[in-house]
Design a protein around this ligand. Sequence first.
Ligand SMILES: *[C@@H]1O[C@H](CO)[C@@H](O)[C@H](O)[C@H]1NC(C)=O
Ligand SMILES: *[C@@H]1O[C@H](CO)[C@@H](O)[C@H](O)[C@H]1NC(C)=O
Length: 641
Amino acid sequence: HIHTHTHRYSLDTHTHTHTGTLVHVIASQSLYTHRHHPNLLVMEVLLVRQGTSQEPITIKMDSRFTPQSDDIVFHSEPDYKGASYIQGHTTMAEVPGGICPSVHIIWTPITPSLTLLPDQAQSRWGFVVAVAGSQDSVQAHYDTALELMANGNLRPSHLRAWEELWAGSTLELTGPDNLSRALIGCMFYLLSAFPSLHEAPGHFGGVSPGGLSNGGSGQDYWGHVFWDQDTWMYPSIGLFYPQLARAVLEYRVRTVDGAKDNAEKQGYKGLKFPWESAVSGREVCPEDIYGQQEIHINGDVTLAFQHYLYLTEDMSMFTEGRGSEVIWGVADYWVSRVTWSAEEQNYHILGVMPPDEYYYNVNNSVYTNTVANLEFAVELAALLKYPAPQEWQQVADKIKIPFDQKQKYHPEYDGYKKGQFVKQADTVMLGYPLGLPMTPEVRRNDLEFYEAVTDPGGPAMTWGMFAVGWLELGEVEKAGHLLQKCFKNIQGPFQVWSESSDGSGAVNFLTGMGGFLQAVLFGYTGFRVQKDCLAFAPSIPEDITQLCIRGVSYLGNKMDWLVRGQEVYIILREGAKHAGNTKPCALQVVLKNSGTKIPLIPGNLYSILPSSQMLKLSLQILYGYYSKVIIKYCMDITVKL
Ligand SMILES: *[C@@H]1O[C@H](CO)[C@@H](O)[C@H](O)[C@H]1NC(C)=O
Ligand SMILES: *[C@@H]1O[C@H](CO)[C@@H](O)[C@H](O)[C@H]1NC(C)=O
């Protein structure tokens, strides 16, 4: 706690820093989770002498840390290397008869005061908390911390880990400051919630809407994992870091037994991922109806697997990684969950709650039926030579997608009347991220009809999806207005998001950040993850003179993209690849209207100039709106990426 006359709080995307100025000294307190060693929480105090005084300067430290928890019974252990040590276990198992995990905590006691000696201009003190699941582990982590402190490497190793992350995923724009700040804040918090690149795989417990749950009883969703992870946060992380994307998929694989149990309890085959997920994959939602009816989660989970395959071609995730079990299990669930309608001659999914949770027990939620994508199961089965049951293709071909022929739009479910109030982005997600083919007219109608009736008090991720839709149609200004709405959910100085615009709901709302980031990463750029290509079709507003996205990962390659006015620059970085691929694939840019193919040579800068024509095509990288291409080497071009 710093008591002074002037305070400044800042988020510098490496550390949280709180600075106070006293007469003779500037005191800064930084709090961070160590990026390289995520089992360490660090608090540092930096004192910097002001003026020419040579007096010793002492500040008092005041700590009110009393370890107690409603969920964990702690007891003290003997001090460990001069540090306090407690351990305990959770009071309740996730499922009856399940284990109650242990929690071990070791922390450096806070000294009553810190003194800057007469000959010192400045000094930094570190205080560490190590948290782990066993005695061996917590002591090893604490030892690491002591070692890092002894050789002055605690903070530098943290900063290096962040530098590495930022170098691999940069989103910079020249334009409105508030937008820039918001984007960097979103990337910072999302990356913070995902595993360290240096962490051994296998421990990731998924991401909850509020990150590591910080609420009391009943707040911030108890740290449970929802579709918020797979649909909202995952895409922006997956575009940069296949390794972190894979951690999300592996988390779902680890919950397969629970998902099997959920499906059985519902009386269906295969796997039913829980609406609220914890460790086991058994449904932990406190209200029954969501687990029973909000079954689109199953499709949300498999869509993440599908996009991962398209972005990486990493088959090992589906074989040794058991990803195929997830895809087959969910396909079997859908087959047993659908009902054949003799009248309409197609398959129905009855009695569901759509993403729009204002409605339940409806038939044929258009989002749910679209995301129940059995086509991918068939496609993967062919790749793995797995004998797919015929029903997968049958259901894929004949599932009902509600459509109003007269008004040319998608009703949210059977019997939805145009104009009925909706909670959040639902039907507008058919276009993105689900990629359901439709004409621009229908896309526009869906956006217009639903925008008018969407609850302004709904959760924050909604407007990002509308923005992506309008950007697809080239309505850049409209998209900009919708993104402006998100600013109501962002609070300074730390760029923290609340779930609702009045500040209520889950905090720090990563789901909203995920929606906002997608509006830029997939909206302004037009990136679309497709079977044979990464499509790209930028449209940026006039007040953004330059948008730079570095570190886009595709098929083992890393690319940097820059959009400036009508021009696009691409650099393929050299030597990038990831574990799933033995070597990076050769990439080429394919221009949609001319069919021109340009191989990308690592290290060279390519610049693409616009034309007004629009045509369609696919291949490795699809690039939408441009026909004329100029290829130059780096030195010929003044832009530096
Ligand atoms: C963000 O900045 C832009 C340009 O400076 C301004 O027009 C806009 O009103 C700002 N938005 C918010 C929500 O403050
Ligand atoms: C859903 O379909 C079932 C079976 O056709 C029908 O009995 C039920 O009334 C429908 N529910 C709604 C809300 O339309």
